[in-house]
Write a protein that binds this ligand. Structure first.
Ligand SMILES: [Ca+2]
Length: 202
């Protein structure tokens, strides 16, 4: 009897393990995100949403996120209007819409995040305007519990650097949002995000 119970227990243990490697609907293997020692917005930038945990969204005033579309001609993601975009050379928010870069953790780990932003251009056409607001949240895009918050003024030619560490579970998402901070004119910004983990080197 004990032997039967032991076999049943073994079967129950093995069953979930066998099921977790594939998708029941398609029968295909699910891609598993390898835990690397470092993730970098520029190095990892891809036309494929989700590559190395990075996604590119448009966020609306109601807190909804919509995946942006990658445009081969421009080499960047485009948003709700002509100006709105996410690229490695430029990130521009929309009017009443935020450009949002997200990173999904591939494992339970600690993320050491360094994010920088500067205005491009810092002055000229945008003189006297309201600049941009760059901020971060964990998991809930609508959360008011901010990981960081930086206002970069229109004429400010200063590199803003944000550093923080965050313990995360696999699947936790950090959203890096760029808001027009009111007015949309001349909000072109350059953003860099680097995330170090306890993972293995590439
Ligand atoms: Ca603005």
């Amino acid at each position: 009897m004990k032997k039967i119970l032991a076999l049943a227990a073994l079967f129950l243990c093995v069953l979930p393990l066998a099921a977790c490697g594939g998708n029941k609907e398609t029968g295909k293997e699910e891609p598993q995100q390898e835990l690397l020692s470092e993730y970098d917005f520029v190095r990892d930038f891809s036309s494929m949403q989700g590559y190395r945990g990075w996604n590119y969204y448009r966020g609306d005033l109601d807190g909804n996120l919509f995946p942006m579309t990658y445009h081969e001609d421009y080499g960047m993601y485009r948003g709700a209007d002509y100006w709105m975009k996410i690229g490695i050379y430029e990130v521009v928010p929309g009017l009443n819409a935020e450009s949002v870069i997200s990173f999904t953790s591939p494992a339970d780990t600690r993320l050491d995040v360094t994010a920088t932003i500067f205005r491009n251009p810092p002055d000229g056409f945008g003189a006297g305007q309201d600049g941009v607001w760059f901020y971060g949240v964990l998991n809930d895009y609508t959360s008011e519990d901010l990981l960081f918050s930086e206002i970069v003024a229109e004429n400010e030619y200063v590199l803003h650097t944000v550093e923080f560490s965050q313990d995360v579970k696999k699947g936790d998402v950090i959203y890096f949002a760029l808001s027009c901070n009111g007015g949309q004119n001349n909000d072109n910004s350059v953003i860099r995000i680097n995330i170090k983990t306890g993972g293995t080197a590439e």
